[in-house]
Design a protein around this ligand. Structure first.
Ligand code: SRM
Ligand code: SF4
Length: 566
């Protein structure tokens, strides 16, 4: 059993780090290298940054015996995905001045900057903080950015959910003074004064922890990819409470059966005033029972699966000191975004733009910056890497429309429904774990598939398609109707049959195929779907009914949690 096994190296690292300080300050001050030691890199994640190198340049630099082209990724937390125009302008400035000229909108409603060099890292983080944003706990073994449905339409329900997500985020932010000390030149905590982390303790969590708040019928935050989610239950347009779901997650390793994506279990219901308490206690159960010996087996999904059914709810109720109420009824119908202009009851406009792969290059940035300079509403990052320019007053609309048109953004959502429902993770060249292209690979695949769907008369049919450069699952591929999961350079495992609402895992259809081979494999299936589907039948449901992928795996119903690598 895990108690007898050696603790994972990172557990010692955390214990000895003096609440996430380690030698980070010294490492950052060392100008003889653009990198950091392995230990410093691990601790840096808790501060929201990763050391990376440009993988396109690796071979060339190796030949010239040069150090890797090191730079840093900075992840900026945006609770609930809502940013002010001032914050937008700040991110734009930083992308231009210190990063690689792009802004990445992530699958968890955060901003990412890539390519920041070591000597400018501290300055960049200081500027992020000067705009009332931060990077603490954007990564690391703690709770991450709390996701929330960003649709400003569901006005009161959204406002409630946004408040709840901010409340959870604040409550679970680490207390350590290390962040202020290292990045913001804050006062050092005197050694006689014992620092504490009331929720996490000295060793924080066994692994990363993710929380989302969803408002049905939209599952745009993909609750089944989260360790913990709160699903709003509405009565007469008012949120009366939240269903609680636990144990979702995506990450797996090719060929390692003990790792697998898992759907979350919906275990109970709580009232709005109990949400923060429930979040805290779920985190504490994972803190106390999660596997600290094997980082590939340390997420909440494994803590739950390692024990008998019912254990988690029973233990959570004990930690809470009261019982969660029974699950209430709800229905998710989709996990994608709704695009284009919308008008709300108060006469404000909202525009959901499609941002391919979540990446904003110079031209789009320039246009959006001009909008931020005049916009009185806000910017909302969606969990599908897209952007809503929200709360545009009727008097503002014309001016904003003119800028959008000038920069080619007005038509951003005039795409096939397939492309509008796509997600690609970052992958190459910055991600150190990528086995294949994703952000740079998926647009070309969709160009080809667009021809197939157009010929089949399906350009208006929403089919979710996701590509990731490896099976860690940052683009939540295992919940898509079609998924490409990087296996090796130019090779992908092709998965089919996820639920259109992100409520069913897909199934491995073909291993290690090229993008071209995958398109040829998909062509007859898409044609068959066009001819033989039932009225309203979604692509993911069709491929199961038509037998392209099996409805059961090892005797388990496809809807249940199954180890896909079996
Ligand atoms: Fe992720 C690691 C990018 C959402 C599962 N993820 C990484 C790293 C930091 C690579 C690394 O560890 O060196 C990637 C940085 C690439 C780069 O150059 O930017 C990375 N993950 C991303 C983002 C930027 C993808 C995107 O294109 O939007 C997303 C940032 C979200 C955010 O704002 O916080 C991102 N990552 C996700 C998601 C989706 C989600 O949370 O909704 C998942 C699957 C859900 C889950 O956690 O189960 C995800 N990322 C992982 C994993 C696998 C975790 C596991 O349990 O096995 C890793 C690897 C790890 O932790 O060891 C990882
Ligand atoms: Fe990198 Fe893999 Fe995540 Fe893509 S899925 S960003 S390749 S870790």
């Amino acid at each position: 059993m895990s108690e007898e096994k050696e603790l994972a190296y990172n557990e010692h690292l955390k214990t000895d780090s003096n609440y996430l300080r380690g030698t980070l300050a010294e490492g950052l001050a060392n100008t003889s290298t653009g990198g950091l030691t392995e230990d410093e890199q691990q601790l840096l994640k808790f501060h929201g940054c990763y050391l990376q190198d440009d993988r396109d340049l690796r071979a060339g630099r190796r030949k010239k015996k040069l150090e890797k082209a090191f730079s840093f990724l900075i992840r900026v937390r945006v609770p609930g995905g809502v940013a002010t125009p001032e914050q937008w302008i700040k991110m734009d400035d930083l992308a231009n001045t210190y990063a690689n000229g792009t802004i990445k909108l992530t699958t968890r409603q955060a901003f990412q900057l890539h390519g920041v060099i070591k000597t400018q890292l501290k300055k960049t983080i200081q500027e992020i903080n000067s705009s009332a944003m931060d990077t603490i706990a954007a990564c690391g073994d703690v709770n991450r950015n709390v996701m929330c449905n960003p649709n400003p339409f569901l006005s009161q329900a959204h406002a409630d959910a946004l408040e709840i997500s901010k409340g959870i985020s604040e409550h679970l932010t680490p207390h350590t003074g290390a962040y202020h000390e290292i990045w913001l030149d804050g006062e050092k905590v005197e050694s006689s004064k014992e620092e504490t982390e009331p929720i996490y303790g000295k060793t924080y969590l066994p692994r990363k922890f993710k929380i989302a708040v969803a408002i049905p019928p939209s599952n745009d935050v993909d609750i089944h990819a989260n360790d913990l989610s709160f699903i709003a239950i509405l009565e007469d347009d008012k949120v009366v409470g939240y269903n609680v779901s636990v144990g979702g997650g995506m990450g797996m390793t090719h060929g390692v059966e003990a790792t697998y994506p898992r759907l979350a279990d919906i275990i109970g219901f709580c009232t709005p005033d109990q949400v923060v308490d429930v979040a805290e206690k779920v985190v504490m159960v994972q803190r106390d029972f999660g596997d600290r010996t094997d980082r590939k087996h340390a997420r909440l999904k494994y803590t739950i699966d390692d024990r008998e059914p019912g254990w988690f709810l029973k233990t959570l109720n004990e930690y809470l000191g009261y019982d969660l109420e029974p699950v209430r009824e709800f229905e998710f119908t989709h996990n994608g975004d709704q695009f284009g202009w919308m008008e709300d009851d108060s006469g404000n406009y909202h525009l959901n733009l499609f941002i391919e792969g979540g990446r904003l290059f110079e031209k789009e940035r320039e246009g959006l910056r001009k909008i931020a300079e005049i916009h009185k509403g806000d910017f909302r990052l969606t969990g599908n890497q897209n952007l809503i320019i929200a709360n545009i007053a009727a008097s503002e609309r014309k001016a904003i429309e003119a800028i959008l048109s000038e920069y080619g953004l007005l038509e951003s959502h005039e795409q096939s429904a397939l492309r509008l429902n796509s997600i690609a993770c970052v992958a190459l060249p910055t991600c150190g774990l990528a086995l294949a292209e994703a952000e740079r690979g998926l647009p070309g695949v969709i160009d080809e598939l667009d021809k197939v769907v157009a010929e089949a008369g399906l350009s208006e049919d929403a089919i979710t398609i996701r590509m990731t450069g490896c099976p860690n699952g940052c683009g939540r591929p295992f919940l898509a109707e079609i998924a490409f999961v990087g296996r090796a350079p130019g090779k992908y495992n092709l998965y089919l049959g996820g639920g259109h609402a992100g409520d069913r895992l897909n199934k491995l259809f073909r291993e290690a195929v090229t993008r071209e081979e995958a398109i040829e494999l998909l062509r007859p299936i898409i044609e068959d779907y066009s001819k033989s589907r039932n009225k309203g039948e979604k692509f993911g449901d069709f491929v199961i009914r038509a037998g392209y992928v099996k409805a059961t795996i090892n005797g388990l119903d496809f809807h249940q949690n199954v180890n896909l690598s079996n």
